[in-house]
Unconditional design. Structure first.
Ligand code: PLP
Length: 388
């Protein structure tokens, strides 16, 4: 008897999570592993956010939340969109969720199905293609290269389109590449999308982690037409180090927001009520904590960039956002899984193989870990590369 549905039978487990599990197991066994696998900030959630949730619990905020979120949080999110993204949304256009991941999936489920194609630039966040497949739609992968900064050009987007194209996924700043699309690049991509009424899922979860001269631009803010077509996803996980709180949100045209709310009402219902009070405190509180965290990541980023540049048989470009380096290991001539397994077993350094992101010639290093681990891990990584 085959109990698993045909929809799910082919679904591979998240490869980013499986490497992290092995590394954790080795650490538990007392091994001196330097892990670069983390997908979450290594800082704790700021205290005023925790205190707001504790206060909410004590005040009895322990019942079901409205499906689309507590009104005060939705109001704070609407104000954040105006202040940070130049985007005005009414509260019925905002759906608070149990994380950006859920917002992405619900968006896809609400808008895509069998017969539809969804364009995804690679290297991509590992969950996008699987989420698309779970809706019955087909992912169409557009390969990008280091030469274009790991970014899809408007021409590539145009070429990948077919009469079945329903939606394109953009993720800027990007995981795993750290790439940040400029306003001009988004304008060109937006022009192509608008010409065929293609929806845009803009995953902006790393918005606050941006470095150097780069600026975050929400594609929805570029024109009224693009605002209609775009579902903007964001959340609290990365900016406020609240990954375990499971709190995210999206904003979209009213009909899409309504469809997403309907899915949510029949699945998870509203996110955890007292966690949402933490979210309000995060948005209303002092944003200095966000820039302090960003500065810490920036210092690590610059250190790592210098170290990587000194290794002759790998290629890196400077990431402008998020907390990842995507390292091109093509000159070494080993596929990413094999490379990552050897690096872990021989030098006890954990990285994520690029195959998880549709880029088998790469590995991903996260710098959401201490500078001591980074220094030690890069010494070992350098030795490993020199031995090849
Ligand atoms: N989107 C991207 C690109 C991510 O990298 C992640 C987490 O790694 C998420 C969404 C998930 O965010 P959340 O924790 O809010 O569900």
């Amino acid at each position: 008897m085959d109990f698993i549905s045909s929809n799910i039978a082919e679904l591979p487990p998240s490869q980013t999570l499986s490497i992290a599990d092995t590394a954790r197991q080795m650490l538990d066994e007392g091994k001196d592993v330097c892990s670069f696998g983390a997908g979450e900030p290594d800082m704790d959630t700021p205290n005023h956010i925790k205190q707001a949730a504790i206060k909410a619990l004590e005040a009895g905020e322990t019942k079901y939340s409205p499906v689309t979120g507590v009104p005060a949080l939705k109001q704070a999110i609407a104000e954040k969109f105006i202040a940070d993204n130049n985007l005005e949304y009414s509260l019925d256009q905002i759906v608070v969720s149990c994380g950006a991941r859920q917002s992405c999936f619900n968006t896809l489920l609400a808008t895509c199905g069998p017969g539809d194609e969804v364009i995804i630039p690679a290297p991509y966040w590992t969950s996008y293609p699987e989420m698309v497949r779970m809706t019955g739609a087909e992912p169409v992968i557009v390969e990008t290269t280091q030469e274009t900064g790991w970014k899809m050009t408007a021409d590539q987007f145009d070429e990948a389109m077919s009469p079945m194209t329903k939606l394109v996924i953009l993720n800027s700043p990007g995981n795993p590449t750290g790439a940040v699309y400029t306003k001009e690049e988004l304008e060109k991509i937006g022009e192509v999308a608008a010409s065929e009424d293609i929806l845009i899922l803009s995953d902006e979860i790393y918005e606050k982690l941006i470095y150097g001269e780069a600026e975050h631009v929400s594609i929805a803010s570029l024109s009224d037409e693009l605002k209609e077509l775009t579902i903007t996803v964001n959340g609290f996980s990365k900016a406020y180090s609240m990954t375990g709180w499971r709190l995210g949100y999206l904003a979209a045209a009213p009909a899409i927001a309504k469809a997403v709310a309907s899915i949510q009402s029949h699945t998870t219902s509203g996110p955890t009520t007292f966690a949402q009070f933490g979210g309000i405190a995060a948005l209303h509180g002092d944003q200095q904590i966000v820039s302090d965290m960003r500065d810490e990541f920036d210092m690590r980023r610059l250190y790592m960039f210098n170290r990587f540049q000194a290794i002759s048989n790998i290629r890196v470009i400077e990431p402008e956002g998020a907390f990842y380096f995507l390292v091109n290991i093509e000159p070494i001539g080993i596929k990413s899984m094999n490379f990552a397994e050897k690096l872990l077993s021989r030098r006890e350094v954990a990285v994520v193989p690029g195959i998880a992101f549709g880029a088998d010639h790469t590995i991903r290093f996260s710098y959401a870990t201490s500078l001591d681990i980074i220094k030690n891990g890069l010494d070992r990584f350098e030795e490993f590369c020199r031995s090849h």
